[in-house]
Design a protein around this ligand. Structure first.
Ligand SMILES: CC(C)(COP(=O)(O)OP(=O)(O)OC[C@H]1O[C@@H](n2cnc3c(N)ncnc32)[C@H](O)[C@@H]1OP(=O)(O)O)[C@@H](O)C(=O)NCCC(=O)NCCS
Length: 184
C-alpha cells in the first residue's frame, strides 16, 4: 500500500497486528485523548487476553512509529435490545443473541490526518470485519463516535445512527459492507 507523504513523495505503508515490543504507543497523538489513552494503556493487555484486536498502520521504512490504529472486538445484543425496525432490517428479529463487531477505536496521528489514511484505515477495518463475519457471524459493525466530527466521518461511509442516548452509537450492516467490497 502507498500514500502521499508530506513532501509530495510516496509513503509505503502497512497495517499489521499491534506488536507491543515494536510499536511506539506513547508517542501517538490523534487529537482525541480517549483514543490516544487506549493505545497507551489498554491495547496491549486487551490483545494479550484476546479481548480486542488492535491493528496498527505504519510506514514500511519506519515500522515502530504508529501513524494510525483501530480496534475490533466482538459484541452481542440480546433479543429486544435493538429497535424493531433495525432488527427487521438485519433479519435478526426474534433471535435471542445477535452477534455484531465493535469498531472500538480508530485514529490517525495528527501530522498524517487529511491525506486519506483515515479512509484507508476504515476500509481495512471493514474488510477485516467482513472476513470475521463470514467466518463466525456478525450482522453489523457498530461504533461509538467520539464527537460530531467523528460521526460525520463515519456517516460518509454509510454508518447510520442507531441511538443518540445514553451515548451516540452508529451501525453499518455486514450486508452493506459485503456489497461495498464486491464493488471494490
Ligand atoms: C476521523 C479521522 C480518523 C479521519 O482521518 P483522516 O486521515 O484525517 O481522514 P481522511 O483524510 O482519510 O479523510 C477521508 C474522508 O473523510 C473526510 N473527513 C475527514 N475527517 C472528517 C470529519 N471529521 N468529518 C467529516 N468528514 C471527514 C475527508 O474530507 C475525506 O473525504 P474525501 O474522501 O471525500 O476527500 C481523524 O481525523 C482522527 O483520527 N481524528 C481523531 C480521532 C477520532 O475522532 N476518531 C474517530 C472515532 S473515535
Amino acid at each position: 500500500m502507498t500514500s502521499n507523504d508530506n513532501r509530495g513523495g510516496r509513503l509505503r505503508i502497512q497495517i499489521l497486528p499491534l506488536d507491543p515490543s515494536l510499536h511506539d504507543r506513547k508517542s501517538f497523538h490523534c487529537g482525541k485523548e480517549t483514543v490516544d489513552r487506549y493505545l497507551r494503556t489498554t491495547a496491549a493487555q486487551a490483545t494479550r487476553y484476546y479481548r480486542a484486536a488492535t491493528f496498527v498502520l505504519a510506514a514500511v521504512d519506519n515500522p515502530s512509529e504508529v501513524l494510525g490504529y483501530y480496534t475490533l472486538a466482538p459484541h452481542e445484543y440480546r433479543d429486544g435490545e435493538l429497535d424493531l425496525a433495525t432488527a427487521r432490517a438485519l433479519r435478526v428479529h426474534g433471535l435471542q443473541r445477535i452477534p455484531v463487531l465493535l469498531l472500538g477505536q480508530l485514529g490517525i496521528a495528527r501530522a498524517y490526518q487529511g491525506r486519506g489514511l483515515g479512509k484507508l484505515l476504515l476500509w481495512s477495518a471493514l474488510e477485516r470485519a467482513f472476513s470475521t463475519a463470514a467466518n463466525s457471524g456478525a450482522v453489523a459493525v457498530i461504533t461509538d463516535p467520539a464527537d460530531d466530527r467523528a460521526a460525520a466521518f463515519y456517516a460518509r461511509y454509510g454508518f447510520a445512527t442507531l441511538h443518540e442516548a445514553p451515548f451516540h452509537r452508529m451501525m453499518l450492516p455486514t450486508k452493506t459492507i459485503a456489497a461495498a467490497l464486491s464493488r471494490g
